[in-house]
Design a protein around this ligand. Structure first.
Ligand code: GLP
Length: 241
């Protein structure tokens, strides 16, 4: 695992954007695995700036997002499709048909997960997968205890994740209880993984994930076994390592 420690959130975002843009410059038709959450927002902002300057071109890029809430429409302002449009896709020249997020309104979420696995396969797999890390070590929405061998599947969100995400909804009751997420197997099949972590509140889980045993109780611990992981973290997130 290659680790970059940066001064703060802004420099973390810039470093992560450097890595992602290098991928796109070297292979303009890259398949990017993208993530939501507060961690990658600064990276997306930086990439938009470089796009505006003409330094990076997304016209041939294909993307697959990690996860989506079950029951939220793409237009719902807390859906991950909406997040991606607002924070990234609407500001760059990626083609709408080249972006993929699971459909939160699919009548049969399990069938939607199977379709999504096929989408990833048809794209030839993921060149670089961006990941944030939940406080309990979740990646995507793979909560502690989730089997390592799953591809995209439906999950029940943990109480801790519902609490953490409640700040984005009018009330805790409105937070969906289920999501569709790429599984650990899908994530581990990506050719490269870029993990972005910031803040003191993540310091304990970063230490556990990087130095503790590899166990489904800490989903992010599996990353110790991937041959090509880059971790970009600010000083605060690394303060217990
Ligand atoms: C969410 C997302 C994850 C994200 C994580 C951390 O629940 N499903 O993909 O990495 O929580 O979010 P944040 O970056 O806001 O701390």
């Amino acid at each position: 695992m290659k680790i970059y420690v940066t001064e703060d959130y802004q420099s973390m975002s810039r470093k992560a954007a450097n890595i992602l843009s290098a991928q796109v410059i070297l292979n303009p038709a890259s398949v990017l695995g993208l993530a939501t959450g507060s961690s990658p927002v600064g990276m997306y902002q930086q990439l938009i700036k470089w796009y505006d300057k003409g330094d990076v071109d997304f016209s041939q890029v294909r993307s697959v997002n990690l996860d989506e809430y079950v029951g939220l429409s793409p237009e719902h302002n807390q859906s991950y499709r909406c997040f991606m449009q607002k924070h990234f896709f609407d500001h760059i020249n990626i083609l709408p048909e080249n972006t993929n997020v699971p459909n939160g309104l699919a009548e049969d979420p399990a069938a939607e997960c199977r379709r999504y696995n096929q989408v990833i396969r048809n794209l030839g797999g993921i060149d670089i997968q961006v990941l944030g890390m939940g406080h309990n070590g979740h990646i995507g929405f793979n909560e502690p205890g989730e089997a390592f061998e799953l591809e995209t599947h439906v999950v029940n969100l943990s109480e801790r994740t519902i609490d953490a995400n409640a700040r984005f909804f009018a009330s805790r009751d409105e937070v969906p209880r289920q999501a569709m997420t790429m599984g650990i197997k899908s994530i581990m099949q990506a050719r490269q993984i870029l993990v972005i972590v910031s803040g003191e509140d993540k310091a304990a889980i970063v230490k556990t994930a990087l130095t503790g045993p590899v166990t489904p109780r800490v989903p992010a611990s599996i990353l110790q076994l991937h041959p090509n992981v880059v971790l970009v973290a600010d000083k605060a997130a690394m303060s217990q390592c």
